[in-house]
Design a protein around this ligand. Structure first.
Ligand code: CP3
Length: 344
């Protein structure tokens, strides 16, 4: 049967007059209905582990806007938690984790096979969604890339320059690589279970790929993405995969070929024209409107949206922001972006 879902058609390499559209963090604090459901759950992590409510917040932006894809509601830091790290969120500050900087810390982590005990509710959310989503909406699973997940596990929090992770990489490379290997293996199992539960595409978020330079980018961004992609495609032939090496700059060139992903997600630091010429030549791209337009709106939003649609109209493209929508965004601006993308 020919594929009818717009997002899957783009991932299969089809050029479309109107690109499919979804938005990173589309289920989030800018939506009053999300805030209400999160309050009902108690807090963010309870929401992640409550399949009924996690499915509900995933569906909210689909009902409101009719996006072409729904992304599973969860977080990249659930994998470290499932490996045995302590995880909590400090309001207004972000995530906190117990740190892994010594062999003793590493030895306390659990084996990969045990992660499903913690992550089972997430697979349940995927199952609910695959029953409840409209037939035209693609269900997307995701995980963090090993490097990005490791930066949080090593520092115990988000860091502006990923300094602690770079330090461990230099001072105890064997431990750093053992940690990366454990996360990579867990990520393969986690994404595999999401696919078995009904995810039709998976995205790998390497939010901090931009701080890996030279040989380190090859070893710790490309290599793990290649390994995860190969394992998933061997187990689930044809499963489309989106890679997001955020802030990779000129290293976006050749990323799809080097890793085997079907689509490269672009942040908004690269110009659409440059990316069309240098990245989209290898296949589907996703992106890349700056999130601030969801706060500021107006003619700038319309103009910039048109620039992006035009730049990528010669090849397969999935419209998205360059990073997640922020809590201060105005929901009306999201509608304006969608109307502009779909206007022709
Ligand atoms: O995109 C979606 O709608 C799907 C769900 C999703 C969340 N986090 C929900 C979330 C996805 C795909 C993520 C990915 C994620 N999580 C990344 C990679 C993408 C990126 O943003 O670079 C990272 C680095 C994380 C780790 C994380 N989770 C941080 C640093 C924070 C705090 C910052 C913030 O925005 O508050 C979170 C919390 C988080 N994850 C929220 C949501 C909706 C906000 C929590 C809340 O409701 O209080």
């Amino acid at each position: 049967m020919a594929e009818t879902k717009k997002l899957l058609r783009a991932l299969a390499g089809e050029t479309q007059d109107v690109p499919p559209i979804w938005m990173m963090r589309q289920a989030g604090r800018y939506l009053p209905e999300y805030r209400a459901t999160r309050a009902q759950a108690g807090d963010f992590l309870k929401l992640c582990y409550n399949p009924e409510l996690a499915a509900e917040v995933t569906l909210q932006p689909i009902r409101r806007y009719g996006f072409d894809a729904a992304i599973l509601f969860a977080d990249i830091l659930l994998v470290p938690q499932a490996l045995g790290a302590d995880l909590w969120f400090v309001t207004g500050e972000g995530p906190r984790l117990s740190t892994v900087t010594t062999q003793a810390d590493f030895d306390k982590l659990g084996p990969v096979n045990d992660i499903h005990e913690v992550l089972n509710p997430i697979y349940e959310t995927v199952k609910i969604l695959s029953r409840e989503l409209p037939p035209e909406t693609t269900l997307m699973g995701f995980a963090g890339a090993p490097w990005t997940v490791a930066t949080y596990m090593i520092a115990g929090r988000g860091t502006p320059d990923q300094g602690p992770a770079h330090l461990l990489r230099e001072e105890n490379n064997a431990l750093f690589e053992a940690l990366l290997a454990r996360i990579t293996a867990a990520t393969i199992e986690y994404l595999s279970m999401q696919i078995e539960a009904g995810a039709e595409v998976v995205k790998i978020f390497d939010s901090w790929a931009g701080s890996l330079k030279g040989d380190a980018f090859e070893k710790y961004a490309l290599q793990p993405a290649r390994e995860i992609t190969a394992a998933l495609k061997a187990r689930h032939p044809g499963i489309p995969i989106i890679g997001f090496p955020r802030e990779a700059g000129e290293k976006y060139i050749g990323f799809a070929k080097a890793t085997g992903v079907d689509c490269v997600a672009l942040d908004n630091s690269v110009s659409p024209d440059w990316a069309a010429q240098n990245v989209q030549v290898d296949g589907c791209v996703q992106g890349n409107l700056a999130s601030r337009h969801m706060v500021t709106g107006g003619q700038d939003l319309v103009d910039e949206t048109r620039v992006i649609v035009d730049a990528f109209k010669g090849g397969p493209h999935i419209f998205n922001l360059g990073h997640g929508i922020t809590p201060d965004a105005n929901p009306d601006n999201v509608q304006l972006m969608i109307d502009t993308v779909r206007e022709n």
